[in-house]
Design a protein around this ligand. Structure first.
Ligand SMILES: Nc1ncnc2c1ncn2[C@@H]1O[C@H](COP(=O)(O)OP(=O)(O)OP(=O)(O)O)[C@@H](O)[C@H]1O
Ligand SMILES: [Mg+2]
Length: 244
């Protein structure tokens, strides 16, 4: 149970003020998703607090990526009775596409197994793009991007294009790109799938460091048992639902 944020004493009365509600980062209720006749998500309920690191595991085809895409506002659920999705205090299902894009840019970061870097841009440029979209100044952005590249051990690859980088290096560039706007929530789908053991461990440590330093929230889909166990909470998806 989370400790009360503040306690007030008035005479003999003591009032505990619990900011649990405000600390909630993701509030998803009755999330359904169909692909044609196939029901892939069958009414998922999921609540994640600010600063939590949650891992999601489960068999191939259980619906993990589909759920992550919906929580990350990249896909829409089928709206049924009581379907609700609130992320960082915003009612996602009532937003139009333009508002959603802005919300994503300002609040969310994504790390996928297939990193989708833009091939014609350098590592540094790829990392900076989300910040430029958000209207941040180039000099401040580039300083921050170089700091991230250094942190991820890639200072010597700043001006290389994705085609000139190894798979693991590309993955780390994608991680830096996901972090450049200091998102409140980072969604990761098999983030260490392409990495050797050492790089994977470094990446996992980075997630925890960021959470401790900046209070960022992580939702990580993974088949990596070690990473799944490191999380504050490990959820298992079975056939379109989170197993109790
Ligand atoms: N665009 C799509 N069209 C039709 N069916 C889809 C689509 N995307 C996913 N599916 C189906 O939905 C189900 C859940 O897919 P999802 O990608 O969420 O699984 P997953 O748990 O992430 O699996 P994995 O561990 O293999 O990545 C699967 O049966 C899949 O074939
Ligand atoms: Mg998947």
């Amino acid at each position: 149970m989370r400790k009360p944020f503040a306690q007030l004493s008035i005479g003999n009365y003591q009032l505990s003020i619990n900011f649990r509600f405000f600390a909630q980062m993701i509030h998803a209720t009755n999330i359904h998703k169909f692909y044609d006749q196939l029901e892939v998500l069958k009414g998922v309920d999921l609540h994640i607090e600010k600063g939590e690191i949650v891992s999601i595991v489960g068999a191939s085809g259980a619906g993990k990526t589909t759920l992550l895409q919906i929580l990350g506002t990249l896909d829409k659920p089928k709206t049924e009775n009581g379907t609700k999705l609130v992320v960082n205090g915003q009612d996602i299902l009532s937003m139009n596409d333009k508002l959603l894009s802005k919300f994503r840019n300002e609040n969310l970061g994504f790390i996928f197994q297939f990193h989708q870097l833009l091939p014609e841009f350098t590592a540094l440029e790829n990392i900076c793009i989300p910040a430029y979209i958000g209207g941040r100044s180039p000099s401040e952005t580039q300083t921050e991007a170089k700091r991230l590249l250094e942190y991820l051990g890639l200072s010597h690859r700043t001006s290389h294009k994705p085609g000139e980088l190894s798979g693991g290096e590309q993955q780390r560039v994608a991680v830096a790109r996901a972090l450049i706007n200091k998102p409140a929530v980072i969604f990761a789908d098999e983030p260490s799938g392409n990495l050797d053991t050492h790089s994977a461990e470094n990446l996992h440590k980075l997630f925890f460091k960021l959470r401790d330093e900046f209070g960022q929230t992580f939702v990580i889909v993974t088949h990596n048992e070690e990473l799944a166990e490191m999380a504050d909470r490990k959820l298992t998806m079975v056939d379109g639902l989170i197993a109790k």
